[in-house]
Design a protein around this ligand. Structure first.
Ligand code: NAD
Length: 236
């Protein structure tokens, strides 16, 4: 167990966690940039091209083929990192989880204050009439999922080229500004504008829990290189 991290956690009252795809790799969901991540698998187009607004509008069949295969993990369960964060919130030590993930695993673990910067695969809406559809509907449909009204059902996932939701960003900013400890975990910190939000933290307990180096390592007060689920399972 990392003693400094354990001590800071017991002393803090407004911890904010900022995370990414690496938080869910121990739940069996591949990230984008690890060696076995999606960017190192061969597709006709790179993932950021397929997951862009332009591609979605121009080639929706191909978008949904990739999306169903690579972005939906209906059987994934929260790992020790998700569970520990939910525990800290319940204990009144953590004020929010700001996540770039779209898998809903923080909520499945019991977290309530989750700011989903990039949306969620669990929510889908008709682009024409706004009707809601769940993940199963999209998963079990073929080709382009259609609404009763004939419109296209679009996942509530922020695609490349699309703006983040203003209200979600505002809540995430407030939480980070008011944090007495910021733990950043499982993210390459390379997707903007999301990664820029960590600059709002002004304190001296900035912890980075990431297997590989990130562009912000020099700003961290403490760096942990262990897998995040394993590291968190040992913490109070
Ligand atoms: P990324 O793939 O760019 O980086 C993941 C980082 O996590 C890497 O630096 C890797 O070394 C580290 N990592 C992997 N497993 C780890 C572990 N067990 N413990 C500690 N560190 C670990 O991910 P990103 O920065 O989140 O950016 C990718 C984008 O892709 C995000 O916008 C996100 O929305 C999306 N995405 C989401 C999911 C998901 O919802 N689970 C999965 C893939 C991609």
């Amino acid at each position: 167990m990392n003693e400094t991290l354990a001590k800071w956690i017991t002393e803090s009252k407004r911890i904010v966690f900022f995370g990414g795809a690496g938080v869910s790799t121990e739940s069996g969901i591949p990230d984008f940039r690890s060696v076995d991540g999606l960017y190192n698998q061969q597709y006709q187009y790179p993932p950021e091209t397929i997951l862009s607004h332009t591609f979605f509008m121009r080639r929706p069949e191909e978008f949904f083929r990739f999306y169903r295969n690579k972005m939906l993990f209906p059987n994934a369960e929260p790992n020790a990192a998700h569970v520990k964060l939910a525990q800290w919130e319940k204990e009144g030590r953590l004020t929010g989880v700001v996540t770039q993930n779209i898998d809903g695993l923080h909520q499945k673990a019991g977290s309530k204050k989750v700011f989903e910067l990039h949306g969620s695969v669990l929510r889908n809406h008709c682009m024409r009439c706004g009707k809601f559809y769940d993940m199963e509907y999209v998963m079990n449909s073929t080709g382009v999922p259609r609404c009763d009204c004939g419109g296209t059902v679009k996942p509530d996932v922020v695609l490349y080229e699309e703006p983040l939701d203003d209200a979600v960003v505002a809540d995430a900013c407030t939480a980070i500004e008011q944090a007495d400890m910021l733990i950043i975990g499982g993210t390459s910190l390379s997707v903007y504008p999301a990664a820029g939000l960590i600059d709002l933290y002004r304190g001296h307990r900035l912890v980075l829990v990431n297997k590989s180096a990130t562009p912000r390592d020099s700003r961290a007060d403490l760096i942990v290189r262990d897998p995040i689920g394993q590291a968190f399972s040992e913490l109070p």
